[in-house]
Design a protein around this ligand. Structure first.
Ligand code: LMR
Length: 335
C-alpha cells in the first residue's frame, strides 16, 4: 500500500511539475543605458511587444532603461555571465571584450551617409567581425545605426585648435582616444550614466553624442555650445548571450528572430527623424548656442584628424582600413 501511495505521489508531482515548467515564460532581460524616449529606448519597447506577441507568451521581456540594471561596462560582463540576455551597446564600447576591430568604425569622418552606413553593417564585411564576438559568447543579432555625432562643450568648438586643453568625455574606443589627443584635448572614458553630472559639475568640459541623447538626457541644459560636426557615428549592436540563444527551442528562436528583424526596421525608420527633431528642439530651447560647421571649417577638421587614420594603420592593418573605406565610401582627402 505504502509503495503504491509513493508511486501515485511521484506521478502526481510529475504531472504538476511537468506542464508548469513547460508553461513558464522564458524571461529575457533587456538592459540599456539610454532614456525610454531615445531611439534605442523606443526600439527596446517595440522588441518587447513583438517578442511577446510572436512567441504567444512563451517569452516575457523585461526592459531596463537608463542604466537601471547595469552601466556600460558591467552590462557586457553581465551578458557574458548570462545575468542579462539582451543589450544594445554602442560598438565603440567593445574594447573590454577583447575585440578591438570594432573601434575602426570610429575613424573620424568615415561615414557621412546614413543609408551607406546601414548597408555596410548589413554586409558580409561584418561576418568576420561577428565571429570574433561569438568567440566571446556574444551573439550579434542586428546593427542599429543611430546617426552622426555632434559635440557639446562649455566653449565654442569651431576650429580644431579650440579643443586644446579641454577635458572631453569619450566612450571606450582607442580611436576616440586618439581623436581627442590629436585635437589637443584630454580624453576621459566615462559611463554614459555618469555623464550628466560630470558635465554639470565641470568634471569634463564636453562630449560628443547624437542629438536624441543630448535632448533626452538633458545635456543641453548643462552645456553652453553645440557644434554640428558629424565627425563620427553612434552604432549599436543588438547582442545576446550565444549559449542562451543557441539553447532556445526552435519555436521560440524563430519568432524572436522575426521580432529582431521587425524591430531593426522600426529603428531604421525612426532614428534619423528622432535625431533631426531632437536637434530642432535643442535649438528651440534657447539654452545652448548651436553652430553648424561650414565647409571650410569642416575641411580644417578633416585635415587635422587624418593623422589618426594613418596612426591607426598600425592597430588595424592598412588592408583592413582600406576595406572599411571601400564599404563606407570614404575617400581620404588629397594632401
Ligand atoms: C554614449 O555612451 O555616449 C552612448 O553610446 C550611449 C548610447 O548607448 O546611446
Amino acid at each position: 500500500m505504502r509503495r503504491w501511495l509513493l508511486a501515485a505521489a511521484v506521478v502526481a508531482v510529475a504531472a504538476v511539475v511537468g506542464p508548469v515548467k513547460a508553461q513558464q515564460p522564458i524571461i529575457i532581460k533587456f538592459s540599456h543605458v539610454v532614456s525610454p524616449d531615445a531611439p534605442k529606448g523606443k526600439a527596446a519597447i517595440r522588441f518587447k511587444e513583438l517578442a511577446e506577441k510572436y512567441t504567444n507568451g512563451k517569452v516575457k521581456v523585461e526592459v531596463y532603461p537608463n542604466s537601471s540594471l547595469y552601466k556600460d561596462k558591467e552590462e557586457l560582463e553581465a551578458l557574458q555571465l548570462g545575468s542579462v540576455q539582451i543589450l544594445a551597446p554602442s560598438i565603440s564600447k567593445f574594447g573590454p571584450l577583447g575585440v578591438k576591430e570594432f573601434d575602426v568604425f570610429d575613424l573620424p569622418f568615415l561615414m557621412s551617409d546614413d543609408a551607406r552606413a546601414r548597408q555596410m553593417y548589413a554586409s558580409p564585411l561584418m561576418t568576420e567581425l561577428n565571429k570574433k564576438l561569438v568567440a566571446k559568447d556574444v551573439e550579434p543579432l542586428a546593427y542599429w545605426d543611430n546617426g552622426a555625432h555632434v559635440y557639446t562643450c562649455n566653449k565654442p568648438l569651431i576650429m580644431p585648435d579650440d579643443f586644446k586643453g579641454l577635458k572631453m568625455r569619450i566612450q571606450g574606443s582607442k580611436v576616440l582616444d586618439a581623436v581627442a589627443r590629436e585635437l589637443g584635448a584630454i580624453p576621459q572614458i566615462m559611463a554614459f550614466s555618469e555623464l550628466y553630472q560630470a558635465l554639470q559639475t565641470g568634471v569634463v568640459d564636453g562630449e560628443d553624442n547624437v542629438p536624441s541623447n543630448i535632448l533626452t538626457q538633458k545635456f543641453y541644459e548643462v552645456q553652453k555650445n553645440l557644434t554640428v560636426s558629424y565627425h563620427g557615428r553612434l552604432t549599436y549592436a543588438l547582442i545576446t548571450n550565444a549559449k542562451f540563444w543557441d539553447g532556445l527551442p526552435e519555436d521560440v528562436r524563430t519568432p524572436l528572430t522575426r521580432a529582431v528583424h521587425e524591430t531593426t526596421d522600426f529603428f531604421n525608420e525612426t532614428a534619423a527623424k528622432d535625431n533631426a527633431d531632437a536637434l530642432e528642439k535643442i535649438k528651440a530651447s534657447g539654452r545652448i548656442q548651436v553652430h553648424l560647421l561650414t565647409d571650410e571649417e569642416k575641411k580644417a577638421w578633416v585635415a587635422k584628424l587624418m593623422p589618426v587614420h594613418q596612426e591607426m594603420q598600425k592597430r588595424f592593418g592598412k588592408d583592413f582600413i582600406e576595406k572599411i573605406y571601400k564599404a563606407s565610401g570614404f575617400t581620404p582627402p588629397e594632401s
